[in-house]
Design a binder for this molecule. Sequence first.
Ligand code: NAD
Length: 296
Amino acid sequence: MSKPTIGFIGLGIMGKPMAKNLVKAGYDVTVFDLKQASIDEVAAEGAKGASSITEASKDADIIITMVPNSPHVKQVVLEGDDCVIKAAKKGAIVVDMSSIAPLVSKEVGEKLNEKGIIFFDAPVSGGEPKAIDGTLSIMVGGPEAYFETIKPVLMVMGASAVLVGEVGSGNTTKLANQIIVACNIAALGEALVLAKKAGVDPQKVFEAIRGGLAGSTVMEAKAPMMIAQNFKPGFRIDLHVKDLNNVVETAEKLDMPVACTDLALAMLKELQAQDCGSLDHSALVKISEKAAGIEL
Ligand code: NAD
């Protein structure tokens, strides 16, 4: 069977390497972004550069979107003259890989389905390094009947692609992921600062506990950054605030309090107010450092 043709919209930190990996894997990929330089960069590796969303979508069997948040997805897919829903052929499959509110995924999916277009939400975890390596974790929501069609494409960009349920489930899973990551980073920062304030070397604490129950992927990635005071992103605080706002909005609709998320979100917002929004989320340690009056 010949490979499906792909339209790829949104060539930022994540979308650029993901689109490049699809080109490398031999797919016919047509790319679009608001930034011409990003289109040119991916085109230089063998993609076709498009001058509009319409051009990137009209002949594609699969259209992938990778933009910042819910309003961008609605804009690209549903709104205005130049949008996916107007351009895509009947039977095309749209895969939104952005991290957005699950209810917006459902809304977008319903509108596309009315036009005979199939929709999946398929956000990712792993950040830029795993996007470059093609080893992202991909959480997928959508119709089981079409999952096998998109899975080989997803597996070019990811080490795993798990169908978790219907449309919206992918982003619900991503919200769960983001709660765990944020609270884990906040706790890690507090723990290392407490150790330092008590006179114990945070590096030694990390080495002593990384193999125990508190050890985690978060600890492996973020403890060295905190200890080195290296807050180069990675995953920006601004994006984590966006995700936790989506958690709060979703929890309100489900009538469920989210105390841990509320605390982590308040800490992240405090950092935004201190002009740290573009730092890596490991900068959460700064909140504990300020409270303790020391640096790691
Ligand atoms: P980014 O801001 O670097 O890239 C977004 C891209 O979308 C930009 O190039 C922008 O020009 C483009 N865009 C926005 N509106 C557009 C439009 N109307 N038409 C065409 N292009 C448009 O963001 P990113 O870091 O690549 O993140 C993308 C998504 O992936 C977000 O939802 C983010 O939360 C999620 N994510 C990011 C990371 C990470 O580590 N950066 C990790 C996992 C998930």
